[in-house]
Design a binder for this molecule. Sequence first.
Ligand SMILES: O=S(=O)([O-])[S-]
Length: 238
Amino acid sequence: MKKYIVIGLATVTFLLNSCTNGQSQNGQTNLAANEFSAKIKANANSVIVDVRTPDEFSKGHLQNAQNIDWRGNDFDKQINSLDKSKPVFVYCLSGGRSSSAASFMRSNGFKEVYELDGGIMKWRGANLPETTATTSRNLEMTKQQFEVLLNSDKLVLIDFYADWCAPCQKMKPYLDEITQEMSNKVTVVRVNADDNQALCKELKIDALPVLQMYKNKTLTWTNVGYIDKVGVVAAINQ
Ligand SMILES: O=S(=O)([O-])[S-]
């Protein structure tokens, strides 16, 4: 209830701003796809937030984006856990939800918020890259969000990794290749074990790297430790 009052106030603030000199109307924070992309690249510290649903997110999103669903129950809690001093790049499907979310964020102390004008639809129209691989950064994925990722007609390959794990880093380039080369068969999801400790505990992931293959939400294959590309491709084709 409190959230809706806050959201309501944020929306009114946004509308008032839009009618006067709102940031998103002056061309500096509401960016066309190419400008949005260039600004992300220019900001090493940038935080990218996709405010669509986990289901929309799982079908394709910007690289390194975090999914915080604008309509999710804990949007305000999750968004307020981000570093407000960093530039935040927010987008949705076509600009509606990200506009409301950006307004909410500005009124909650975020210093620099950029919106993708026209959302991921314009991004796609500009032929900019997207990924289905999830690299969760600084944001704990819930079991429910994890299960949404498994909801696919294709195989889902989960790569549990950590930045400090040498075999994980060795496997990453060929997992990126598999993401591209076998996209008709498999969706690769990367889960940072350090950022998702509760999820890993629940899934009994107690070593790294771990690969898990799911078919129709059922676990069909697991590999613990280093494995080469040939082994993974064989598991996908089996
Ligand atoms: O809210 S929306 O513009 O993504 S449909």
